[in-house]
Ligand binder design. Structure first.
Ligand SMILES: Nc1ncnc2c1ncn2[C@@H]1O[C@H](COP(=O)(O)OP(=O)(O)OP(=O)(O)O)[C@@H](O)[C@H]1O
Length: 349
């Protein structure tokens, strides 16, 4: 005769803490459903992000806790609801995340495109806004160069949809090759339109691919919406890192919290050996200096460049490659940071 009941399962689950939020799953409201049939139990746990980096760890601890009360067979299912802050930055949008770099060419746009797709692959609703108005590259990365943006009957711009991502880039408005020599106020107006006059619908994450450097667009973004956080993409070498420091400083000035640092082009893998072309550890050191998370390192790989040129981000074109796996891990780490941050912003019960 077993003593397993819904109440004893819930009691046991109170011994399992969310590894990031440091509170037990039951009081966090993460246990959505418990089904008990004799010694067989089914549990559904609602995570705060589909890209939860700690899913495996949570499952292991749940299994251990329930084995201790005599559960013989356990099925753990996961659902996810991205936690929203109290005041949404834009109607229907839970998080606006700015991807920035100090220097051009460090792979910021490539990383932004892959993060957007990786988050969508995990089940999140994702939009991507190419705020690099002078040098847009997302139409190229998503293969939408020949498409044109339309407006709906409420005169809102309808984003293009590609690989499950809603995409807005100036490249789908201005003909390719036409120079964009706009002054600050026009830039500001364009960004305002891209944020407030687009039929984005319901999004968990709006990823904003920022222009390189620190300038008008950074300031405008912070003025036009509440940005959940900024992410800095850098390469390990000092010149990139020094510029990246300026981008981090800019976020601080406009009161955008820094969510973490991503190191791109960290190493090249050859015959099982990692060659650190641009040095080693710069991204991690920068994260430590700013007391922010190091979200991970991405290798330099021909497949990444080829995929971007072909209009299919590498997390889709070669999902099992080490570089795609690295990008997915970075996406999970980022989602984890956002969920911790929104938890902190909730009023204490
Ligand atoms: N990890 C990587 N491995 C190989 N190639 C990469 C990697 N990351 C980016 N690249 C390539 O490097 C080039 C620059 O990347 P990208 O355009 O994303 O940089 P960026 O920082 O956004 O530049 P800019 O700010 O000037 O637009 C592209 O050709 C891209 O395909």
């Amino acid at each position: 005769m077993s003593g397993v009941s819904e109440a004893s399962v819930l009691e046991a689950l109170k011994t399992v803490n969310d590894p990031e939020l440091h509170k037990d799953l039951v009081s966090l409201g993460m246990v959505e459903k418990v089904v008990v049939e004799g010694n067989r139990v089914g549990v559904k746990i609602n995570l705060t992000t589909p890209a939860c980096p700690l899913k495996g760890q949570i499952e292991t601890e749940v299994r251990a806790a329930l084995a201790r009360i005599g559960v013989d067979e356990l099925e753990v299912h996961f659902g996810a609801t991205v936690r929203a802050p109290q005041n949404l930055p834009l109607p229907g949008i839970k998080h606006v995340v700015a991807i920035a770099s100090g220097k051009g060419g460090v792979g910021k746009s490539t990383v932004a495109a892959n993060l957007a797709v990786a988050l969508a692959q995990e089940g999140a609703a994702v939009g991507l806004l190419d705020a690099d108005i002078y040098g847009p590259s997302q139409a190229q990365m998503f293969g939408t160069q020949t498409q044109k943006l339309m407006v709906d009957d409420q005169k809102r711009i309808v984003p293009l949809e590609r690989y499950g991502i809603k995409l807005i880039t100036i490249a789908n408005i201005v003909p390719p090759g036409q120079a964009m020599v706009w002054r600050g106020p026009i830039l500001h107006g364009t960004l305002r339109q891209f944020l407030h006059e687009v039929a984005w619908g319901e999004l968990d994450y709006l990823i904003v691919d920022m222009p390189p450097g620190t300038g008008d667009v950074q300031l405008s973004l912070a003025q036009l919406t509440k940005v959940s956080g900024g992410v800095i993409v850098t390469t390990p070498q000092d010149v990139a890192r020094i510029d990246a420091e300026r981008a981090a400083d800019m976020f601080k000035r406009v009161q955008v919290p820094l969510l973490g640092v991503i190191e791109n082009m960290s190493y090249f893998e050859q015959g099982g050996e990692r060659i650190h072309i641009f040095g080693q550890g710069g991204g991690r050191r920068m994260a430590e200096a700013h007391k922010t998370a190091f979200l991970g390192e991405i290798p330099i790989a021909v497949a990444v460049r080829e995929a971007s040129d072909a209009g299919v981000p590498v997390v889709l074109s070669a999902p099992h490659s080490p570089e795609a796996q690295a990008l997915r891990e970075v996406a999970r780490a980022l989602a984890g940071q956002l969920s911790v941050q929104s938890y902190m912003l909730l009023p204490m019960a």
